[in-house]
Design a protein around this ligand. Structure first.
Ligand code: AHR
Ligand code: AHR
Length: 512
């Protein structure tokens, strides 16, 4: 455990750059749930994304897109959040159960679409079981009532002889689904939200909902609706709900056309996490709740420009290499902040601001897919407190619809080498994984890596995501334009490792 997640020494050039790693300096175990996902009824995320009814060529008998399932399985997401997002704030779950031909089509108020309700609770649960992921359901605190929320939880989780549990049985599912994670509303603070509330009204309502839900099912984990982590909403709500919820949710999307603003944006999330963590501590003190379990659930994050990829037009982003580097930096944030972050959900999984893009004939993997996959596959274990000597970015900072001009003042160490590391045991061997984003647009780095311990003579390996053009993208026509190369490398303790300009590298070092 630690107060600070890394130490930085600012140096004037990459010639002096250095990464020091002591496997004993453990910050906290990485919760695998930081590699979770999110599916919303928005654009082509559900229909045409994870399911494609009528597309016999690419689906199974349930309509699941098998190519998408495989691409998502490779991302190894422990939990998937559903059904929104803004969508949930006018979603009535009862519309989405029972015989499909009887399900009503409804106007949809978040993205001004129409919802067929063909994919509902039982379909989502079947998909989760097929994918071996844990479901996380966000409740409707917009047009929804507490009664309706309790009914949903009873339908999913109860094994008693009561109405909604029996309705589930009637719909073909005997055993409860045992959904553990339930969110108390989505972005309730936002003027774009159906049922927007003040922080005072939200806290009162969430307090009452949490109490009732725990009477119905004391085993669930509840996620309270936070803001960015650096908002007064977070302070107020945390203080009111510290004894009622298990997680505090945070959302942030970063993006900018300017390369440096784009790749440094995720540092705002790191400050948000640190500030929120301090708010939890304050609430524990003032509310006399020393044992409150409170963790951060960063249940929407990504690179997204909502003007460029408008939600009401399906929010289909075309990610370039710089966006992939930003996603790698986002993942570095979650690894470094392992002590505070209990879950994080990339928004979203497919087609909508997503790493996977489909057409009726197939899919391609966006640039952002690759860093996420490498992190989820390898960056688990104990997060380490790393020391990095690196040049630092001193220019302007900014975000998309949220201004991040404050960032450079609040975070003076916008490092050009952005690093996180984990230690773990793999097949009986102690190994280190070091994730390095070289955020310099112009300069290759060769950086000394010093490990406090003995490095095995062989057993170093690297994966590199690089392209000479920061604007390079993958498309259906050119799906492998931006790709990962991997190779076994020789590494002696203290020797220099090359990190090309604007690249992401994952380095594995086996210890003797
Ligand atoms: O992920 C897209 C949208 O972004 C979600 O619906 C909403 O919660 C957020 O504003
Ligand atoms: O695009 C509509 C809303 O605006 C998004 O849901 C939110 O993230 C943004 O502020």
């Amino acid at each position: 455990m630690a107060n600070s997640s890394q130490t930085i020494k600012q140096v004037s050039s990459f010639d002096e750059s250095e990464i020091r790693i002591d496997p004993a300096r453990v910050l906290a175990p990485v919760d695998p749930k930081i590699y979770s996902g999110f599916l919303e009824h928005l654009g082509r995320c559900i229909y045409g994304g994870i399911v494609d009814y009528g597309n016999a060529k690419l689906t199974n008998d349930k309509g699941f897109r098998l190519d998408v399932c495989q691409a998502l399985k490779d991302l190894d997401m422990p939990v998937v959040r559903w059904p929104g997002g803004n969508f949930v704030s006018s979603y009535h779950w009862v519309d989405g159960i029972g015989p499909k031909e009887d399900r009503p089509r409804r106007p949809e108020l978040a993205w001004l679409g129409e919802e067929s309700n063909v994919f509902g609770t039982d379909e989502f649960m079947e998909w989760c079981e097929y994918m071996n992921v844990e479901p996380y359901i966000c409740l409707n605190m917009g047009t929804g009532t507490l009664d309706e929320a309790l009914a949903w939880i009873e339908y999913c989780n109860s094994d008693r002889n009561t109405y909604y549990a029996n309705l589930r049985r009637k719909n073909g599912r005997e055993k409860p689904y045992n959904v553990k994670y339930w969110g108390l509303g989505n972005e309730v603070y936002g003027p774009w939200q159906v049922g927007q509330m003040s922080k005072e009204d939200y806290s009162k309502q969430a307090f009452q909902w949490a109490k009732a839900i725990r009477l119905l099912d004391p085993t669930v984990k509840l996620i309270g609706c936070g803001c960015t982590g650096f908002d007064d909403w977070d302070r107020y709500v945390t203080n009111e709900l510290i004894k009622s919820v298990d997680y505090h949710s945070i959302h942030l999307y970063t993006c900018h056309q300017d390369y440096y603003k784009n790749v440094t944006g995720p540092a705002a999330a790191e400050r948000g996490i640190q500030i929120a963590k301090n708010m939890f501590d304050l609430a524990k003190i003032t509310q006399n709740a020393p044992d409150a379990p409170m963790k951060i659930c960063f249940d929407e994050w990504n690179v997204w420009d909502p003007v460029r990829a408008d939600g009401s037009k399906g929010a289909e982003e075309q990610y370039d290499l710089s966006d992939a580097l930003a996603v790698a930096s986002w993942c570095n944030v979650f690894v470094r902040q392992a002590e505070s972050v209990g879950m994080a959900n990339i928004a979203q999984c497919v087609n909508v601001i997503a790493p996977i893009m489909t057409s009726p004939d197939g899919l391609f993997l966006q640039t952002t897919y690759f860093p996420f996959r490498l992190f989820s596959n390898y960056m688990r274990g104990n997060s380490l407190n790393v020391h990095v000597s690196t040049p630092v970015y001193h220019g302007e900072t900014d975000g998309n619809n949220l201004t991040l001009k404050w960032l450079k003042g609040v975070e003076p160490n916008l490092t050009l080498l952005d690093v996180s590391a984990v230690a773990k045991v793999e097949n009986g061997q102690d190994v280190l994984y070091v994730a390095v984003v070289n955020r310099s647009e112009t300069d290759d780095a060769t950086t000394a890596i010093k490990v406090d311990g003995t490095v095995a003579p062989a057993g170093a390996y690297r994966w590199t995501l690089y392209h000479d053009n920061i604007r390079a993208t993958n498309t259906f026509a050119s799906p492998n334009e931006v790709a990962v190369t991997e190779e076994a490398v020789s590494f002696a303790n203290g020797s220099k490792v090359a990190f090309p300009k604007h690249s992401f590298t994952l380095l594995k070092i086996a210890l003797a």
